[in-house]
Design a protein around this ligand. Structure first.
Ligand SMILES: [Fe+2]
Ligand SMILES: [Fe+2]
Length: 148
């Protein structure tokens, strides 16, 4: 009994942080989409922004279910003063950390609903990391093509 009480108390606390992180990530991808060098890259980044907003909304729902309260909205601002390439690199690392983080939550989740949520969110973050690495490859490919 108290084991689950402690688990859900800790989970509610962690989820507040996840909501902030996912919201910041969504805003960040919206900003990066504006800087994207091609329409295709812009669409990839816009899709990532949509995914992160969905992750935040899913976690808001979990928070509501666990605590019976709305998650408070903390002020969020994405990192500034990074170049496009630096930002993409930083996000690849962040996405792979998120994949590991949600994997740990998946392993300790007590029910199918939470297991499914953490599995799907982690899989989505892994996919983001892979999509972002494509964005880094492209300029070099373009360079190679332009030298032909
Ligand atoms: Fe996410
Ligand atoms: Fe992500």
């Amino acid at each position: 009994m108290s084991q689950w009480h402690d688990y859900f108390k800790e989970l509610a606390h962690k989820i507040l942080g996840y909501i902030t992180d996912e919201t910041v990530a969504s805003l960040y991808y919206q900003q990066l989409a504006i800087l994207a060098p091609s329409r295709e890259d812009r669409e990839i980044l816009a899709q990532l922004a949509t995914d992160e907003a969905r992750h935040a909304a899913n976690f808001r729902e979990v928070y509501r279910q666990i605590t019976g309260q709305e998650a408070r909205r903390s002020p969020t601002s994405p990192p500034k003063n990074l170049s496009y390439q630096q930002a993409i690199r930083q996000r690849i690392l962040a996405e792979s950390n998120d994949f590991m983080k949600y994997g740990d939550d998946f392993l300790t989740a007590p029910d199918m609903y939470l297991r499914s949520l953490f599995y799907k969110t982690g899989a989505s973050e892994a996919q983001h990391g892979m999509s972002l690495s494509l964005l880094l490859c492209k300029p070099q490919e373009n360079l190679r093509e332009s030298k032909k």
